[in-house]
Design a protein around this ligand. Sequence first.
Ligand SMILES: Nc1ncnc2c1ncn2[C@@H]1O[C@H](COP(=O)(O)OP(=O)(O)OP(=O)(O)O)[C@@H](O)[C@H]1O
Ligand SMILES: [Mg+2]
Length: 348
Amino acid sequence: MTPLKFAVDDGSTNVKISWIENGEIRTVISPNSFRKNWKSAALRKDKKVFNYTINSTKYTYDMTSDKALETTHVDYQYDDLNLLSVHHALLQTGIKPGPVKLVVTLPITEYYDAEDCQKNEDKIERKRENLMRKIELNKGELFDITDVEVMPESLPAVLSTLLMQSVSQFNRSLVVDIGGTTLDMGVIVGEFDDVSAIYGNNEIGVSMVTDVARKYLAAADSDSSYLVANELIKQRDNLDFVQEVVNDESQISLIINKIETKIEELGKQVAHEAKKFAKNPNRVYLVGGGASLIYPAIKAAYSTLGDKVVLVDEPQEALARELCLYHSDGESVEMPAQELPVQEVVNV
Ligand SMILES: Nc1ncnc2c1ncn2[C@@H]1O[C@H](COP(=O)(O)OP(=O)(O)OP(=O)(O)O)[C@@H](O)[C@H]1O
Ligand SMILES: [Mg+2]
């Protein structure tokens, strides 16, 4: 059996996974929400329970637990939770488990060495090995990961956009990736002729907004997981949904206000960092799950660029989709090595 190939952007809060099925690209987003120990069998037949074991430690997938284990730290890239989340995401594709080859991602600042700006082979190897470790699913079958290739996060997300717009070799495109826990940026020269600078900040991400949402939800007798809080951020204009998750309805307007204020703050912070990092790029592309939240602030910060500030289609899935497209025909894309030093790296 030839292994299937999946492109996996295994971010700290969501795994985005793309593959080609009958000539079409498909994508699934699988949120990370695991806790220790197992769940008892579901009463309803249509509710599947996912109980995993890694090295005799038991884990379960739990969408709504407020005890969900944190995946929002850099070490997540190399630990049990990463192994769990990738396997769990593979099971969400609906494809029968079998041997698979994966293309996965590492944050820019892990992928490239801050010292000499070259690929950090140690970290790349560490991630590969972590994903080939043994894991079991109780009463079920898992995919067999036979090979893992590692790519940097963010930058490849705009590969086809750049090619389609046939930008000149003098063009400098700033890519801003705002995910659950990190802000990554890079400057691409031309149609990926070069990557001239990279930036990573583990302190700025949508989780700033999520934390505020959780805090005010808890104060309204509605303790919730990251997942529920994130859904609330997305659906903050949908009153039916809001009423469903907030128990103390008198607090609804306060909660929504706090969320809106934090979104604005996030936008301002990202815009400030972006301007510091790349003052006058020719184009700006926004990717990552939080892209739509910060779009207004970035557009304002680069107002002279007008519609050259682009919110990429389906920004959260963009990277997985692009990686899938570029690896689909068996040939892999070489990521250029850095020419200039990493401008700022905040590793917390
Ligand atoms: N339409 C949307 N509106 C607002 N927030 C969204 C939307 N879609 C996704 N998000 C939020 O974006 C975040 C996830 O983005 P993404 O999947 O890019 O992060 P990640 O890759 O897991 O994190 P990181 O890149 O920091 O490791 C979550 O907090 C999610 O709730
Ligand atoms: Mg990401």
